[in-house]
Design a protein around this ligand. Structure first.
Ligand SMILES: Nc1ncnc2c1ncn2[C@@H]1O[C@H](COP(=O)(O)OP(=O)(O)OP(=O)(O)O)[C@@H](O)[C@H]1O
Ligand SMILES: [Mg+2]
Length: 275
């Protein structure tokens, strides 16, 4: 583990005045009569890890889906680098550099590890074979092996079908894919929920490496010690809205639990200086 995790001068409070790399303002999302998001706000700045926390059903996954183009919002706006954007699909978000690992995992079971890493970004062979749609599987196998090695993700072989991996290995591949391709923001919705102790530590390391490489990371987690360990900042959702924001260095797990249950709220009055 690197030194100074989550407690360094990186992240919030740098006062560089840059707009957030990704921001949600007043997002409303309804499912029939259920109002999952009721004017939800969220922001992540360049090079920071922000934990998004809240009780079950608070709206975290729904907000992530809106932020990543997987679901259209009914109101509010998304801004990238301060500019309003319309994400009509996850592809639009990816083009803006935003990669997401959803809570309900999105890996293709019948494809290999390598094919999953390159899903939608397949390398074609050179020349006519490539123009005819033939893929350069060797290049993808090599690239996948190198990427997994670099991220410390262990799978039997990159040619193994995803269906034959354990739940934790699958989740690790999904995280690796997001980190490899994200040029701006990596969004992880409970990425360690199915992982053992060792794999969890690896994912946390991967998150730090992504931040050290200048990416921003949004981490949804119910594990409060983990949140305080890895995040620079914490945003709390309750009943479809952001209700509190903290610097991780300023709070305890008790404070976070109090904020999630509504005993402690800092929005909107007290948080103006936190971006
Ligand atoms: N596709 C859907 N159809 C209907 N209701 C939905 C749908 N997706 C989410 N909801 C509802 O929206 C609310 C927020 O759900 P969401 O999954 O965003 O919560 P969450 O904060 O991610 O919870 P958890 O911590 O359990 O993952 C819940 O009341 C949920 O039942
Ligand atoms: Mg969720």
């Amino acid at each position: 583990m690197s030194a100074g995790r989550g407690r360094t001068s990186r992240g919030p409070g740098r006062g560089d005045g840059a707009p957030p790399v990704l921001e949600a303002r007043g997002i409303v999302k309804r499912f029939g009569h259920v109002e999952a998001l009721r004017g939800a706000d969220f922001a992540v700045h360049r090079g920071e890890v922000v934990a998004l926390i809240g009780d079950n059903g608070a709206g975290k996954s729904t907000l992530i889906k809106v932020l990543s183009g997987a679901q259209p919002q009914d109101g509010g706006e998304i801004l990238v680098d301060g500019r309003p954007q319309r994400f009509g699909s996850p592809l639009d978000a990816r083009r803006a550099g935003v990669e997401t690992v959803y809570q309900d995992l999105a890996v293709a079971d019948d494809l290999s590890v390598a094919a999953n890493l390159y899903l939608g970004r397949e390398i074609r062979r050179r020349g006519l074979p490539g123009r005819l749609g033939l893929l350069d599987k060797r290049a993808m196998r090599r690239g996948a092996a190198a990427a997994l090695e670099q991220l410390g993700v262990r799978v039997p072989r990159v040619t193994t079908p995803i269906a034959m991996l354990s739940g934790g290995q699958r989740q690790s591949v999904a995280v690796a894919r997001a980190v490899v391709w994200a040029t701006s923001v990596v969004i992880l919705d409970e990425p360690t929920a199915a992982l053992g102790v060792v794999q969890t530590a690896r994912v946390l390391e991967v998150i730090e490496r992504a931040r050290d490489a200048g990416r921003s990371v949004v981490l949804v987690s119910h594990n409060m010690p983990q949140v305080l360990e890895v995040a620079d900042r914490v945003e709390v959702m309750r009943l479809g809205r952001r209700t509190a924001r903290f610097r991780a260095a300023d709070v305890t797990t008790d404070d976070l639990v109090a904020a999630m249950t509504g005993a402690l709220a800092t929005e909107p009055e007290d948080a103006a200086d936190l971006h």
